[in-house]
Design a protein around this ligand. Sequence first.
Ligand code: 13P
Length: 254
Amino acid sequence: MRRKIIAANWKMNQTVADTESFLEDFRLEVEDVAGVDIVIAPPFTALAKLSELLGGSQKIRTAAQNMYYETSGAFTGEISAAMLRELYVKYVILGHSERRQIFGESDALINKKVITALESELRPILCVGETIEEREAGREREVLETQLRGSLAGVTAEQLVETVIAYEPVWAIGTGRTASTAQAQDCHAHVRAVLAELTDEATADKVRIQYGGSVKPGNAADLLSQPDIDGALVGGASLDPRSFAEIVRAGARE
Ligand code: 13P
């Protein structure tokens, strides 16, 4: 039985003040919720405040939205794993489609980050997903396989269990267009099959695979009821404490 994991990806939104007021409301909303992992990925500037406010909470964990694979040095604008660990960050989103598309990140670069994160006891949330052109050409399975093999090269079975995969079809991100539950389940099952090829079936069975792309309170329960959908990575709807809490509750129920 895989415990559901519901994560907020705030992207380039929310100041420190916004983070404080979000958390005040959100904590009340999820007071009685149990049995689900809750993760919030604010921008780097709000990580310290979020960790401080959470004060070591086991219920809500912090995530970073990115990091660099080198330990230190002349890498202007970058953040290391140790810097995140110092702030009690537990997860790090890697290979988000916005990083791949806008900032030109390759599977080879993402792979280095995944390895560094795992070696630094940070759990990667590795994002994969096809573009609309790739889906229309019927290439989604092949694209997912290439991204997974490239980004997870050298990851051991033990490390894979610590890793979360987020399937985010690029055409469903921020568009209001969600993959149907059948489309999402089909891709999740394919991701799990590729993970089994990379390691073995028992390992792949333990890995949590989140769906991301226009997840809202209205579609969360349906998506989360699918056998291979183990959580959600939520963008827009995670900025509002009530709507994110509703998605978290759906995760606790399903
Ligand atoms: P939206 O929920 O805004 O579509 O964003 C999804 C996403 O990219 C989460 O990482």
